[in-house]
Design a protein around this ligand. Structure first.
Ligand code: UDP
Ligand code: MG
Length: 331
């Protein structure tokens, strides 16, 4: 089967207002970058608004569009995985649905890749329309990730990336269920080059990431790329041991010099300290253990409810992972 030159993957969760405009701008950019040889894969990630009917309609009217409906909300990372699995292009562009990643950058990204690199990632040093606490926490997170993990993940990037086929195949070969795509892409290696852009505010609607979702994503990322938090146990243990030794010296001294030890306060203090340290450590181990358990179940990562467009022509058996459950054939 001759491959397409370009696939574009768009994860969508309640994006009804953005889709038409996105389709218009993205289609124009794709035509410049790849002529007729492109497809746009919209992945509906359990939207509760009219996102699915809108994208299904786009797929019926434009043969470049493939509309994929997931069975429920699986989260952006898995929606992206679904898109990657169905994408048939030699190159794959990952882009947000809210037009915060300008499609007009695509031709320049293609040109960069012609120069021989395997990943072109959008770099956004300045962000508009994002609250200060989001900028601060995201900076803090990238810092922690860089400090804790062994792979270097570029700061200030989103998922806006152009990937070569061999990077996509490498990603598809990764079986893990807790996915943090930016990290995985960095991990793959090859030559990766940035392209700078200004990140405009959302076209419409509100961010789909609640603080809770962001914290979950942050922990997925940290635990996927580093086991150093587990070592916190040892550090805390050493520190507690040292503290206990000092205390022992003090206790011996006061016993020998006949000063009565009141006892209660210091005892409580030590107990509280040690107990909280223990709980923190158990919690961290639990996070890792829980993830190991979830990974060990080998569930398919997502369930596809329906595909409109020619997205199903590639059978699930072609990929080297537990096949996604494609429940309904193409219309
Ligand atoms: N998204 C998704 N599933 C989710 C949450 C978000 O597919 O559970 C999509 C969303 O539709 C958008 C992209 O992920 O295309 C980025 O989301 P958003 O713009 O809300 O994130 P932010 O730009 O605020 O980081
Ligand atoms: Mg956004």
């Amino acid at each position: 089967m001759p491959r397409l030159r370009l696939s574009v993957i768009v994860p969508c969760h309640n994006e009804q207002e953005s889709l038409a405009e996105l389709h218009r701008r993205l289609g124009a950019a794709c035509a410049i970058a790849a002529g007729d040889g492109y497809e746009i894969v919209f992945v509906n990630d359990g939207s509760r608004d009219l996102t699915w009917p809108v994208m299904a309609d786009l797929a019926r009217r434009d043969h470049h569009v493939v509309a994929v409906n997931l069975a429920r909300n699986f989260g952006k990372e898995l929606a992206l995985s679904a898109g990657l699995e169905l994408a048939k292009g030699e190159r794959v562009l990952v882009i947000d649905a809210d037009l915060q990643d300008p499609p007009e950058l695509l031709p320049a990204m293609m040109k960069k890749m012609d120069g021989g690199c395997d990943v072109v990632y959008g770099l956004r040093p300045r962000r508009q329309g994002e609250p200060w606490w989001k900028r601060k926490t995201s900076a803090l997170f990238y810092h922690a990730l860089a400090g804790l993990s062994d792979v270097e993940i570029p700061h200030d990037t989103g998922d806006f990336r152009l990937l070569s086929r061999r990077v996509v195949d490498a990603l598809l070969a990764m079986p893990e269920a807790h996915r943090y795509l930016r990290g995985l892409v960095s991990w793959v290696g090859f030559r990766q080059e940035p392209i700078e852009y200004e990140r405009p505010p959302r076209h419409a609607g509100r961010t789909k990431f609640t603080p809770g979702k962001l914290v979950a994503l942050a922990f997925d990322a940290l635990s996927a790329f580093s086991i150093r938090p587990l070592r916190l146990a040892s550090y805390l243990g050493f520190a507690a041991g040292l503290g206990a030794l000092l205390l022992l010296v003090y206790v011996m001294w006061s016993w020998l010099s006949g000063v009565a030890i009141e006892g209660w306060t210091s005892l409580m203090l030590v107990m509280l300290l040690l107990n909280s340290a223990t709980l923190i450590v158990i919690g961290i181990m639990g996070e890792y253990l829980g993830r190991t358990y979830l990974e060990s179940k080998r569930r398919p990562l997502f369930i596809v409810e329906r595909v409109i467009g020619d997205g199903v022509s590639r059978s699930a058996a072609e990929t080297n992972r537990p096949p996604p459950q494609i429940a309904a054939a193409a219309e």
